[in-house]
Design a protein around this ligand. Structure first.
Ligand SMILES: [Zn+2]
Length: 149
């Protein structure tokens, strides 16, 4: 995921399912230094069709994945999975805009604000060298990402 991020010079966001899958989210709204978590928690494709919906049901976070080739092109739900966490990448090195080093190993104020909209989900940051979990107070010591496929 961090390799994609480097390739595109954009942050990537993803969801980690309870059964250990990583769902990489569409990133057309993301930038080098931020991930867009869209209103309504729906991610869309270039034709504005919903690809992914994140929602809470009886306190459990779930994700619906759509496939627009199903039902003779009418589209439909491919899969619904339980979600345990969110993850996004951070750039490493120096910003081309201001020449300063990125604050790679800390959540941004935006990251902390955003996590409060997703109570109960664990929050992870992938840096390529030192991946970590964070909470409202910052990085969690000695944390690491679950193994995902
Ligand atoms: Zn961040």
């Amino acid at each position: 995921m961090h390799e994609y991020s480097n390739r595109d010079s954009k942050e990537y966001g993803g969801l980690i399912t309870t059964d250990g899958k990583l769902i990489i989210l569409p990133n057309k709204e993301n930038s080098l230094e931020s991930v867009a978590w869209p209103a309504g928690n729906q991610w869309r494709d270039q034709q504005n069709r919903v690809l992914v919906t994140l929602f809470q049901e009886k306190g459990v976070w779930k994700v619906e994945l759509y496939d627009w080739t199903l039902n003779n092109g009418q589209g439909g739900i491919l899969e619904t999975l339980e979600v345990m966490g969110m993850v996004h990448t951070h750039p490493t090195g120096t910003s081309p805009y201001n020449g300063l080093s990125y604050d790679t190993f800390n959540p941004s104020q935006d990251d902390i604000n955003i996590m409060s909209s997703f109570p109960g989900l664990r929050q992870y940051i992938i840096t390529g060298t030192n991946d970590f979990e964070f909470n409202m107070n910052g990085p969690i010591e000695k944390s690491s990402l679950p193994n995902c496929q």
